[in-house]
Write a protein that binds this ligand. Structure first.
Ligand SMILES: [Zn+2]
Length: 235
């Protein structure tokens, strides 16, 4: 006798009419593919910085603030698939992209020094922007990484007190001026003595993270590392 798994049959029928498509290239996703197809994942321009000390992302912070380890999943180019999907993540409500990219990075961090961190600290959004967007994309990325590193994600100990303007049209000096003292630590007791992994989506000049680390350094015995999805190579 032939039997059907009704739920699987139903999901097959739903997919026939509403196929799940890749956020990068819009082709239908295959079995086992989530959010991004294997081809788009394969074609990401990965940095593998977590296997290289003194890598270009760490060098951005030399002479500015102490950073123990820094890595990016990918290089971030204009007109790339990564740029397209980061836009969808930040401006079109497709938050599952953040989780998918976070998981990619988390998987790569297993077995590296990044496993020695104590907790993940997504860069906070200003409450006004958080309300408008509905979620903090850095927090979604952090959740994806944490699924592999198995460390807590802290979303309450630091808050953003100044809303900065969008930075895309500013030069480096303006950006630096624009991000002074924009964060406030609200629960120092949860962070003191810890090795924090600061999470961001794209790092361009590093000015926002520099500002955060400067604020965190007022606490006792803090170590900061950085993980992001993309490092812009058109700074
Ligand atoms: Zn694709």
């Amino acid at each position: 006798m032939v039997t059907f798994n009704n739920i699987s049959l139903l999901s097959d029928i739903v997919e026939l009419f509403y196929p799940r498509i890749c956020a990068g290239c819009s082709t239908p996703l295959g079995t086992g593919e989530e959010t991004l197809c294997l081809s788009c994942l394969y074609n990401l321009h990965r940095t593998h910085f977590h296997n290289n000390r003194n890598n270009p992302l760490e060098q951005i912070f030399w002479g500015r603030v102490n950073v123990k380890y820094a890595t990016a999943l990918c290089f971030y180019h204009k007109e790339s698939t990564l740029q397209k999907i980061i836009m969808k993540l930040k401006y079109h409500g497709e938050k599952e992209i953040g989780y998918a990219l976070g998981k990619e990075l988390g998987a790569e961090l297993l077995g590296t020094e990044f496993e020695t961190i104590d907790l993940l600290l997504p860069i906070p959004l200003h409450p006004k922007r958080l309300k408008k967007r509905g979620y903090n994309q850095a927090e979604i990325i952090a959740n994806g990484i944490a699924a592999f590193l198995n460390k807590p994600v802290d979303t309450t100990s630091v808050r953003r007190v100044v809303a900065t303007q969008t930075q895309t049209r500013k030069n480096r000096f303006d950006r630096w001026l624009n991000v002074e003292n924009i964060f406030e630590v609200t629960q120092p007791q949860l962070l003191s003595g810890k090795h924090l992994l600061i999470i961001d989506d794209i790092i361009t000049t590093g000015a926002t993270i520099e500002s955060l680390i400067t604020t965190l350094n007022e606490l006792e015995n803090i170590t900061c590392s950085i993980a992001c999805i993309g490092m812009a190579d058109n700074r």
